[in-house]
Design a protein around this ligand. Structure first.
Ligand code: SF4
Length: 311
C-alpha cells in the first residue's frame, strides 16, 4: 500500500519545458500550449495555506521542474509559509549533481519523486531518448540516499517497453535505504488509440507486476499501482491507488485527458470497486474487453479521484 496521504498534499504545475523526450510522454503534443501556474498563484496558495492549513505538503511539478531557475526560491517560500513537506517531481537528471541536490535540500525539499523508466541504462535511455540519463538519475537517487532528512519515491511508467523489467527494477534499487515508495503507472496515450504501440497488455504485464510488488514489499517499500484493473490484482488489490493530490494545472490539460475514455468495463455495473478506472478506449481497441478475465469486485469501499499522468 502507499505510505503517503494524498489528501494532505496539493500539486502546482509550474513548468512545461523538458530536456528529455520520453517515448511515453503523455503531454508531448500539448506542453507547448499548456501554461504553467504563475509565481503569483503559488504565492497566493502559500498565503492561503498559511492561514487555513488545508495541506501539509506541496508538490512542485510540471514537465521538468528542475529546469526552472526559481525552484529553490519557490521551495524556500513554501517552507516559510508552513508547508512541512515539499516534494518535487522530476526525471532526476539534475540530481546527479551533489551541489544541486544540496541546494534543493537546503531550500527545504524533503521528498523527491523521481521517474525511472526501466531497470538498466540501455532500456531507460532508449525510452528517454537521452544517452546517460539513467546514470544521472541513479546517481541522484544515491546522493539523496546519503542525505539526512529526505525520502525518495520512484515512479515508472509501465509500457510495452518496460513491463518485463519491473522485478529487475525493484532489485536494481534494492540498495536504497531512503526509497520510501515505488509507483507503477500503467501508460495511457491521451488519445483514442495507441499510435505509438506502447500500451501493454494487462494479462502479459500481470506476472511481472505481481513479482515486482512482492519484491518491493520484502524491501519494505510503499507501493502504488495506477491504471490497472483492480480485479486482476487479486490479493494485491489494495496496491491500486488512482487517487491523487488536488492539482492546479491549465484547464486545457483536461480536454486531452478526457480523450482517454476511462471507466469502461463490461462488469462496471456489478463491480463495487471505487478505485478502479476500468479500461480505456485505446486499450480496448488494442486488446479488447477481457470479459472473461475481468470479474466484479465485491465490497470495495475506497474513494477514487482522477489520475494525473506523470512520465
Ligand atoms: S470488473 Fe472492471 S471495474 Fe471492476 S475491478 Fe475489474 S476492471 Fe475494474
Amino acid at each position: 500500500m502507499g505510505v503517503f496521504d494524498h489528501t494532505q498534499y496539493v500539486s502546482m504545475t509550474m513548468e512545461f519545458r523538458c530536456n528529455l523526450k520520453c517515448v511515453h510522454c503523455m503531454i508531448e503534443d500539448t506542453m507547448d500550449r499548456l501554461a504553467p501556474q504563475t509565481q503569483a498563484q503559488l504565492q497566493a496558495l502559500c498565503a492561503n495555506n498559511l492561514i487555513h492549513r488545508k495541506w501539509k505538503g506541496l508538490i512542485l511539478t510540471g514537465s521538468e521542474i528542475t529546469l526552472h531557475r526559481d525552484l529553490p526560491e519557490w521551495v524556500h517560500m513554501a517552507r516559510s509559509s508552513g508547508f512541512e513537506k515539499i516534494r518535487i517531481q522530476t526525471h532526476g537528471m539534475r540530481l546527479g549533481s551533489a551541489d544541486y541536490c544540496a541546494e534543493l535540500v537546503d531550500a527545504g525539499v524533503n521528498e523527491f519523486f523521481i521517474s525511472v523508466a526501466a531497470a538498466d541504462a540501455e532500456t531507460h535511455d532508449g525510452i528517454t531518448t537521452v544517452h546517460g540519463s539513467f546514470d544521472k538519475t541513479l546517481r541522484g537517487l544515491e546522493i539523496l540516499d546519503r542525505t539526512p532528512g529526505v525520502v525518495t519515491i520512484t515512479n515508472t511508467v509501465v509500457t510495452e517497453r518496460s513491463y518485463r523489467q519491473l522485478p529487475e527494477l525493484v532489485a536494481r534499487l534494492a540498495h536504497l535505504r531512503q526509497l520510501a515508495q515505488m509507483e507503477f503507472w500503467f501508460y495511457f496515450p491521451m488519445s483514442e488509440q495507441d499510435d505509438k504501440g506502447l500500451v501493454a497488455s494487462h494479462m502479459a504485464a500481470l506476472p511481472y507486476l505481481k513479482q515486482a510488488i512482492a519484491d518491493a514489499r520484502v524491501s519494505g517499500r510503499g507501493i502504488e499501482v495506477k491504471n490497472f484493473p483492480e480485479c486482476l490484482l487479486g490479493s494485491d488489490g489494495a496496491m491500486l491507488h488512482n487517487d491523487q493530490p488536488e492539482l492546479y494545472i491549465d484547464d486545457a490539460f483536461w480536454v486531452e485527458f478526457m480523450r482517454n475514455g476511462f471507466y469502461q468495463c463490461v462488469h462496471r455495473a456489478r463491480c463495487a470497486s471505487k478505485q478502479c478506472l476500468g479500461l480505456n478506449t485505446a486499450y480496448i481497441r488494442k486488446f479488447g474487453w477481457h470479459e472473461s478475465e475481468l470479474s466484479p469486485v465485491s465490497g470495495a469501499v475506497r474513494a477514487q479521484t482522477p489520475v494525473l499522468p506523470r512520465g
